[in-house]
Design a protein around this ligand. Structure first.
Ligand code: MN
Length: 229
């Protein structure tokens, strides 16, 4: 099994026509605007599992709506920064997360399906086995977790880069976790446990204090690493 995985890896590495690994999503962004990518197959290519009509509506109406909403929200935020009036920032931040996650997750969704399905290469199967025991166990957990998402949302197989682990996650709706795919650079904790004993309900004072402590050099280091992904 290990020899087989090694052979597959060497084979993959030797192919000079293979593009370098990248997290860029083809067709998802161009000339400063987010864009609706073309599907990597025809609308009728996933039949009978996914019919052409629901797929076309999903892509051209629902996904397109997220793209439009994301661009509009970014434009509105630019206006807000110009005026310095942040009264609408909460609603706009929610819209940013809602449309941004919608765009990223749908870009991933189209590539997460392919006509007839495709098995995983041996090198990836080895990583799955290390974290889930077997490939089948991961797939069973993925199917169960996805089925049990409360109301609307997503099942997600994800890589967690701190522990270098593969995880199966549920995303309820999708805007509650900001935009899926972003790399956090700097964070401020506003759970009550972070500030209540010192600042009580004056969250604004805690945030102002945090801004005096902020380590923008740390953010810059993470930015330098993130742009290399
Ligand atoms: Mn959808």
């Amino acid at each position: 099994m290990a020899a087989m995985a090694g052979a597959t890896w060497a084979q993959e590495g030797a192919a000079t026509t293979q593009p370098a690994p990248s997290l860029a999503l083809d067709g998802a962004f161009k000339d400063g605007l987010y864009t609706l990518p073309k599907l990597p197959y025809d609308y009728d290519a996933l039949q009978p599992e996914y019919d052409a009509q629901p797929l076309k509506i999903h892509h051209t109406k629902h996904h397109a709506g997220y793209v439009t909403g994301l661009n509009q929200t970014l434009e509105k935020l630019q206006e807000v920064r110009k005026t310095g009036d942040y009264a609408s920032v909460q609603a706009l931040s929610r819209n940013l997360a809602f449309h941004g996650s919608g765009h990223m997750l749908h870009c991933l969704l189209w590539h997460s399906m392919t006509p007839g399905g495709k098995p995983m290469p041996a090198s990836f199967a080895k990583a799955v086995e290390a974290d889930f025991g077997t490939v089948e166990a991961m797939q069973a957990q993925f199917a169960a977790a996805t089925t049990k998402v409360e109301a609307s949302g997503w099942g997600v197989l994800a890589y967690e880069p701190v522990g270098k682990k593969l995880l199966v996650l549920q995303a309820e709706r999708h805007q509650d976790l900001a935009i899926w795919g972003v790399v956090p650079l700097l964070v401020c904790d506003v759970w009550e446990h972070a500030y209540y004993t010192q600042y009580a309900n004056n969250r604004g004072q805690w945030v102002a204090a945090f801004m005096k402590l902020a380590n923008w050099d740390f953010a810059a280091q993470r930015y330098a690493a993130a742009v290399k992904i």
